[in-house]
Design a protein. Structure first.
Length: 198
């Protein structure tokens, strides 16, 4: 069963394939195999954006699509940047500028609690769609650390650890990530789809 992973972000794609690339009977397609247009994220929530990306790409490709949207929610900022995480510092999706803006807003702030949240969507050409959520609790570091990962990973310290996500090996991050927690909830559906039982 061919299923398209609905992201054009190479780092996010690598992470998704490491997490769920082992489902028997699923042939994963990517934007490299099946080029598709960028879907404008106009939703007001992560759920809306995940649904929008999945259903838009189904209509374009006529394939089952797995898509997701994720964001960083900082307690002291009232849940911001949230759904605007990728464009927090402007339209260019600049990771460095996003991190700099976040640190500037949190300068002198003691409460640095935050969470990463991901919503994954599996959409089929017959119109059915399923959503799943994953959350990773943690806090924001005082300065960026580490060279791995992407996005806010150099600033995010997961609960129970002293290292940022960017200081973890990829397999360590994959074990605990918000994206893994969302995608794993869709694993049984994907396995059923591969067996023709969905």
């Amino acid at each position: 069963m061919k299923v398209l992973i609905g992201t054009r972000n190479p780092k996010k794609l690598e992470e998704c394939l490491r997490i769920i690339g082992d489902i028997p009977g699923i042939e994963w397609l990517t934007f490299r195999d099946h080029p598709f247009p960028e879907v404008e994220e106009t939703g007001m929530t992560l759920e809306e954006n995940a649904r929008l990306k999945a259903t838009s790409l189904v209509s374009v490709t006529k394939l089952p699509v797995l898509a997701e949207d994720s964001g960083l929610e900082v307690v002291a900022l009232g849940g911001a940047p949230g759904v605007r995480s990728a464009r927090f510092a402007g339209a260019g999706k600049d990771y460095r500028r996003n991190n700099e803006k976040l640190l500037k807003l949190l300068a002198g702030v003691e409460d640095r609690r935050a969470r990463f949240r991901a919503v994954a969507a599996l959409a089929l050409p017959d119109g059915r769609i399923w959503l799943a959520e994953g959350v990773l609790e943690g806090e924001i570091a005082l300065a960026p650390r580490g060279s791995g990962g992407f996005g806010y990973d150099p600033l995010f310290i997961p609960l129970g650890d002293s290292r940022t996500l960017a200081e973890l090996a990829p397999e360590e991050k994959d074990r605990i990530s918000h994206r893994r927690r969302a995608l794993e909830r869709l694993r049984p559906l994907l396995a059923s789809l591969a067996r023709g039982q969905l």
